[in-house]
Design a protein around this ligand. Structure first.
Ligand SMILES: C[S@@+](CC[C@H](N)C(=O)[O-])C[C@H]1O[C@@H](n2cnc3c(N)ncnc32)[C@H](O)[C@@H]1O
Length: 413
């Protein structure tokens, strides 16, 4: 298996960014068509799981409204450096550098290795653009990426937070708080209200048929990301807005952050996709977007910053292994996440050549954290073993994550 395939296997979520840029090209966002061609996606493969042209149109409206409104908010936010986490395959780097910004694109390594040469070819030589492979839940990767970057930062997060578990979402909130403390600036994100934006858009444009089209959209996103829920304590639930909003605000407040809600309807530029809508649909859509907000998040200077100690002790990933009589003995150190999981997958493929491994025993004494990418790999390993994987020496956090995901602790027998 190639390195790229290995990265894709632990991070299927990266494919959602190909869907997003295909939708941007459909909506007529400048330069998106060039990126789609460079990615060889002219056949619209990422959109083929959507059942009909109307569902694609609904998604294109959401994506264009988000892209153009975010560009406007970034331009109004001050601070010369835009940190786009995650940058995906969008043309934002091109737009922002044309508007005098420094652009730092952060995404999973599999995305960055593909998007960077495409953007560089489109903009030519530019010192104002850089890309770095990171995992948003891994602070060291973010800190290293921003080592030489001047503040204040405008960090933007479009289309990522909903793919995380509660624990990962909290870790990302803490990581961004730490970046804002270090560099100054703000964090702008439409993600907390993404479900409200989708349901408001589809309801306004498709009326009674909106529910089926929304369900199809959700199924496509879940299928492409291999994520079960598309929700966590940072995401507002349309079925219980007040309670979920209070929960998201209190997550921010716990880490000394506050959110100003920027009205989407009040800040949305004209969209090219209106050409595909009737006048009534446009009126209803604009009205519905007045019920949605993008969140402009900053450090709350009036609050004492909470200790983020639990998130700070990070050692580099390392692994040791030995295979004896069909059992793989593994010892893991640091974080098993998006960045490190491909290393474990490489070892697994090498040792389990031809399905020779029946069971795995993992010493977790020095393992600090497991993200969804790590869990996905452990599940794949479990599926090819006849005995269950046994874990020992896990710290409380790792134990909780493993148990929540149905894994077995050896120490508990
Ligand atoms: C729906 S796409 C959005 C991309 C882009 N912001 C856009 O608007 O098109 C989701 C992106 O989140 C990225 N992503 C998912 N998990 C991540 C993580 N742990 N760290 C960094 N990026 C992540 C994926 O690689 C993908 O590019």
């Amino acid at each position: 298996m190639s390195v790229t395939n290995r990265l894709a296997r632990v991070n299927p979520v990266y494919f959602t960014a190909k869907t997003a840029v295909s939708l941007m090209a459909q909506a007529g966002i400048p330069d998106a068509d060039k990126i789609v061609r460079a990615l060889a996606l002219e056949n619209n493969a990422p959109l083929q799981n959507m059942p009909d042209a109307e569902t694609i149109l609904g998604n294109a409206i959401v994506v264009e409204a988000k892209y153009r409104t975010m560009c406007r908010l970034i331009e109004g936010a001050g601070g010369k450096t835009l940190v786009d986490l995650p940058c995906g395959y969008t043309p934002k780097a091109i737009h922002m550098t044309e508007h005098g910004r420094t652009f730092v694109g952060l995404d999973l390594p599999i995305v960055v290795q593909e998007v960077e040469p495409i953007i560089r070819k489109l903009v030519g030589q530019s010192e104002n653009i850089s890309f770095h492979g990171v995992d948003a839940t891994n602070f060291n990767s973010l800190q290293t990426a921003l080592r030489d970057v001047g503040g204040p930062l405008c960090i933007t997060t479009e289309g990522m937070m909903m793919y995380f578990s509660d624990d990962e979402a909290e870790t990302v909130v803490v990581n961004i708080q730490r970046l804002l403390r270090e560099h100054g600036g703000c964090w702008i994100t439409p993600d907390p209200e993404f479900a409200l934006q989708f349901s408001g858009t589809f309801q306004a444009v498709f009326g009674e048929e909106s529910l089926a089209k929304l369900m199809a959209t959700k199924n496509t996103a879940q299928g492409q990301s291999a994520v079960a829920a598309l929700g966590n304590s940072f995401i507002i639930e349309p079925s219980d807005i007040p309670a979920s909003q209070a929960r998201a605000e209190s997550l921010l407040a716990r880490y000394g952050l506050k959110a100003e809600k920027v009205n989407l309807g009040g800040n949305m530029p004209e969209l090219s996709v209106y050409k595909q809508l009737t006048t009534e649909q446009i009126v209803r859509f604009k009205e519905a977007m007045r019920q949605c907000h993008y969140w402009h998040i900053t450090i709350d200077e009036t609050k004492r910053l909470r200790d983020t100690e639990r998130f700070m002790e990070e050692s580099p990933f390392a692994l040791e292994y030995a295979a004896k009589k069909g059992i793989l003995h593994l010892s893991l150190c640091g974080r098993l996440d998006t960045i490190s999981a491909p290393q474990l997958l490489l070892v697994w493929e090498k040792v389990n050549n031809g399905g020779s491994i029946a069971g795995v025993i993992i010493d977790c004494t020095q393992l600090q954290y497991i993200s969804s990418a790590g869990i996905r790999l452990l599940r794949a390993m479990q599926e090819s073993c006849s005995c269950r994987i046994d874990f020992s020496g896990a710290n409380a956090k790792v134990k909780e994550i493993l148990q929540q995901n149905g894994f077995w602790m050896m120490d508990e027998t």
